[in-house]
Write a protein of this length. Structure first.
Length: 656
């Protein structure tokens, strides 16, 4: 076990798909002595790709944890998936990282998902180092990619190395902090630092001898504060630049904080399953110490759980550690029912999260008649504990099972996991787009729930549309003398539930609801009356104001041979898309635009088909926007509609 006081760095490796994350991780583990032989993504032997499907497809599906020491510092390294279908894994990893290495390809440069991850890193203020990978590839253009990165990501990206050689003749990179470094490049580095800080500008202009150590310390401080972003070069597949990258991690990144003596505060950021030990909770601990046989409070579920074992797990390798200290990450066993996102101990030390992943498709799950329904439902509910965005829903009356997904590759993975882990063969229906609704105008919803006795609950809500992306804002201006706090709390708790199905059956969002009137009765009010009344008042209000459909919009980046450009633009218009003026790069055309998901579900396949595979189509979720009036989408309502008040009251009273 590590001694208390060990220096630790928790670092995530992030990038667009195929930029070389897993290969970089593999070479880092090899160079650090953690593994004795190099694995490969293409041959399916990478340590951090431990699932069968990852080995077969050559992509990372799960965020994988590896720990090693470098120059006396313990590094917990998380290799995250790059494919947009597994963005929820990236989102969960971001939350528990203190620092990040973002990989750019020297050929492809900044891609759609790179930008999204960058924005999340900046929102969370995570110190970030950039590795420009694939420097030996034909078409590698580090100067152009640096200019692009400064344009799209940050002007404060500063190379701390000078690349030697180009494309196939690339031999490595020289450290610009060395005394004999290439003069012009070193001057450029110092000038970049000087022009960002008046005090250092004065030092630079004074003509005094340059103290490289002092300048580097200044850059370390600025990097740790998230104001500057050092850039290094490499070829991960050949191991070029890996030790320099590790040195840069040690040099520029702050150490994990936290007090091992404080009360426990940690978060479960990943759940996996061990055939023998059951549920594996990957825990990042911010404060305190967790030991074997400790009883832990699961704050999110308000239950206690007993720790049976604490391990470091890497691929198929396991090491018992006995204790987990503040600042560290390990797998904790024994916490039955634990879910992703659960807070252990107290929540004060847990950082905020960046929301990246929004499932935009819903699919129905089918299985053979002789398969036990409960086994399929149980399996998918267990998988939803590992990825809450699956949001498994079993509709008892319709006997239908629905899940939410990010895209088709995620469905392939789920299909494979259901067979491998549970021995269940399922099929998935055609994915359908998840729409939402928003109020069309301002108005009120009212209910006087006074019959059949005993009951008494009066509620009046003011409903108004909110800005796009604002979600639900709830407020109450009712005095506690008119409506007791416990009834107001019950009402507030039921409002989000009541908005799960609007007039068209979709979730209602981007609105402000204010409770403006409320009454209870001293004798007749039952504690659950406001739980029954709230959905009726909300639906009454939505019927009064009407709702407008919202559809998911994708930001798309399309690269096609120039001769196909006209056809692509014509198709974008037909799909209700909009786009910027196209840009010509050699014989390729680059088109940036926005597309409704509903009209473009099959488009990447048809684009690839008629360009004979010479196109790229990348997209990410850009938000929900109002549908044109001619677009309709209604979903079958689950349960009794609260607008049919008599029937609804009977159903909640179990009298139907």
């Amino acid at each position: 076990m590590l001694q208390q006081g060990t220096e630790r760095i928790n670092v995530g490796i992030f990038a667009h798909v195929d930029a070389g994350k897993t290969t970089t991780t593999e070479h880092i583990l090899y160079e650090s002595g953690r593994i004795r032989a190099l694995g490969s993504v293409d041959s399916g032997t990478a340590l951090t790709d431990s699932m069968d499907i990852e080995r077969q497809r050559g992509i990372s599906v799960r965020a994988a944890l590896a720990s090693f020491a470098w120059k006396g510092v313990q590094i917990n390294l998380v290799d995250t998936p790059g494919h947009v279908d597994f963005l929820s894994e990236v989102e969960r990893s971001l939350r528990v990282m203190d620092c990040a290495v973002l990989i750019l390809s020297a050929v492809e440069g900044v891609q759609a998902q790179t930008e999204m991850i960058w924005n999340a890193l900046r929102k969370l203020g995570i110190p970030t180092l950039i590795l420009m990978n694939k420097m030996d590839r034909v078409g590698a253009n580090p100067d152009a990619v640096l200019a692009q990165a400064r344009n799209y990501l940050s002007a404060d990206i500063i190379p701390v190395q000078c690349p030697m050689g180009e494309e196939q003749n690339y031999t490595g990179a020289a450290d610009l902090w060395e005394a004999g470094a290439e003069a012009a490049a070193q001057t450029e580095l110092l000038e970049a630092l000087a022009e960002r800080d008046e005090k250092w500008l004065e030092t630079y202009m004074s003509g005094r001898t340059v103290d490289l150590v002092a300048w580097k310390n200044h850059m370390k401080a600025e990097t740790a504060a998230g104001r500057m972003f050092p850039l290094v070069y490499g070829v991960a597949a050949k191991g070029l630049g890996i030790t320099a990258l590790l040195d840069a991690v040690i040099d520029y990144f702050p150490r994990a904080g936290g007090n091992a003596e404080s009360p426990v505060s940690g978060i479960v950021y990943n759940i996996q399953r061990d055939k023998n030990m059951g549920r594996m909770a990957f825990v990042r601990l911010y404060e305190g110490t967790i030991r074997n046989r400790d009883t832990l409070l699961n704050y999110s579920q308000d239950v206690q759980g007993k720790v049976t074992q604490i391990r470091k797990v890497e691929g198929g390798r396991v090491e018992d550690v006995g204790a987990l200290e503040a600042g560290d990450i390990a797998v904790v066993y024994g916490l039955s029912g634990v879910r992703v996102g659960d807070v252990l101990g107290h929540p004060e030390a847990i950082p905020q999260e960046a929301k990246l992943a929004v499932p935009l498709l819903t699919v129905r799950v089918h299985w053979e008649a002789d398969t036990d329904d409960h086994k399929v439902i149980g399996a998918l509910q267990e998988l939803a504990d590992e990825d809450p965005l699956l949001d498994t829903q079993w509709l008892q009356d319709e006997r239908e099972l629905h899940i939410k997904v990010m895209g088709p590759i995620q469905l392939e993975i789920l299909d494979s996991v259901m067979v491998e882990r549970y021995g269940l063969k399922v099929t998935f229906g055609q994915p359908s787009v998840i729409y939402k609704e928003t109020p069309s105008r301002t108005g009120e919803g009212f209910i006087a729930y006074l019959m059949p006795k005993p009951c008494w609950a009066i509620l009046r809500f003011h409903i108004e549309p909110g800005p796009p992306g604002s979600g639900l804002v709830y407020d109450s201006v009712v005095r506690s003398s008119d409506l007791l706090p416990q009834y107001q709390n019950e009402t507030a708790r039921r409002v989000p539930e009541a908005l799960q199905q609007g007039l068209y059956g979709w979730e209602v969002t981007d609105l402000k609801i204010t409770l403006v009137e409320g009454q209870h009765h001293v004798w007749h009010t039952h504690p659950l009356d406001f739980a029954v009344a709230t959905p009726m008042a909300i639906m009454n209000g939505l019927a009064n104001v009407g709702t407008t459909l919202l559809e998911p919009i994708l930001q798309v980046h399309i690269v096609v041979p120039e001769e196909n450009g006209g056809r692509v633009m014509n198709e974008l218009v037909q799909m209700r898309g909009t786009f910027e003026p196209p840009v010509l790069l050699g014989d390729r055309m680059v088109i940036e635009g926005r597309l409704p998901l509903a009209t473009s579900l099959e488009y990447p396949v048809s684009l690839s088909s008629y360009t004979k595979g010479r196109s790229t189509f990348t997209s990410f979720f850009a938000g929900y926007e109002k549908c044109p009036p001619d677009v309709t989408a209604e979903r079958t309502r689950r349960g009794v509609n609260p607008l049919d008040q008599a029937k609804y009251i009977l159903s909640v009273r179990k009298a139907l």
